[in-house]
Design a protein around this ligand. Structure first.
Ligand code: SF4
Length: 308
């Protein structure tokens, strides 16, 4: 079994089917520190684009991954921080395109779209998924806690500009957090901004995984319904996950290789193990509970497991 540093998965994406992740950024390097971030608080808040890792090393790894004939539907550049901070993002997208015919997606917080160079680089991707949670500077600071050099108006202008020129699929994702951006007024104001952006889909998300700040709560069902109605978005929570995948033969190793990058809750683990016809599901869950390399977080009746 090959040990990968930049490539992981494939994991099911509720939006894109089986997704192979490419991470060109070190863990928790970001220009936001969102209150709902499932990675915890940002450790390195930076707005400087850098070559964090050698492009050739990332591409070489993906080449090796392709040799394993693992099934996937999409390659997603996502990282455990903000992938647009990777200075060679454009070259990375081009390099990946030479190695696969599958679509290349980039999940981004969208903050750097005010930078024309980055907009050009992202033009090469097939799907771009930027976030948009706030409709003014005040909420922006509250929910995304951006780097001091990022201004709400510039971020929005960048997103608008990008949307006009981009020929791929633009899927915006909005995270709704109780008492932060979950009032009718918030949805109406956000809709007014969205009306100025040419996007293809809008996904509405809620904090289902343990957030960076414990005061983060999900909006009520009623408020979520209102958001879907006003924003005309698709609720991610209602999409069905296709099941996880790991090339590891050993069931326990398979789980740990996934939760290294993608936290799983007890239901996801159980259905994943059942799909592999594992007969010792409870034993594996017990082992996870007692493994000191693994963090078990209780959140909204979900026990989420992730590698420390
Ligand atoms: S932009 Fe993404 S990685 Fe960065 S803090 Fe927000 S949720 Fe976390």
């Amino acid at each position: 079994m090959t040990n990968y540093k930049y490539v992981y998965g494939s994991v099911p994406s509720r939006r894109m089917g089986l997704s192979v992740g490419i991470s060109p950024i070190p863990k928790k390097w970001c220009n936001y520190s969102c209150i709902y971030c499932q990675l915890g608080r940002t450790k390195n808040l930076t707005n400087k684009r850098e070559i964090y890792f050698e492009l050739d090393d990332i591409l070489k790894e993906f080449k090796n991954y392709m040799k394993e004939n693992i099934e996937f539907d999409v390659v997603t550049i996502v990282g455990e921080g903000e992938p647009t901070l990777y200075l060679k993002l454009g070259d990375l997208i081009e390099g990946l395109k030479k190695l696969t015919n599958k679509p290349i997606a980039v999940i981004t917080n969208g903050s750097l779209l005010y930078d024309e160079t980055l907009r050009k680089e992202l033009n090469k991707a097939d799907i771009v998924l930027p976030s948009l949670d706030a409709w003014n500077e005040e909420i922006f600071k509250k929910i995304n806690r951006p780097h001091g050099s990022i201004k709400f108006d510039e971020m929005i202008k960048g997103l608008m500009k990008f949307s006009k020129d981009y020929s791929g699929e633009l899927w915006i994702e909005t995270m709704i957090v109780k008492d932060i951006n979950d009032k009718e007024e918030d949805y109406l104001q956000l809709k007014a901004i969205l009306d100025m952006i040419d996007y293809d889909r809008l996904y509405i998300n809620t904090p289902v995984r343990p957030p960076a700040e414990n005061y983060v709560e999900q909006p009520s069902e009623e408020s979520l319904k209102k958001a879907i109605e006003i924003l005309r978005g698709i609720s991610i929570d209602k999409l069905v996950s296709e099941g996880f995948y790991s090339e590891e033969k050993d069931d326990y190793e398979a789980i740990t290789s996934i939760i290294k990058r993608h936290p799983m809750n007890q239901y996801e683990i159980k259905s994943f193990l059942a799909s592999r016809k594992c007969e010792k599901i409870d034993d594996i869950i017990n082992k996870l509970e007692n493994d000191n390399k693994i963090e078990v977080i209780n959140y909204k009746n979900y026990k989420t497991y992730r590698l420390k």
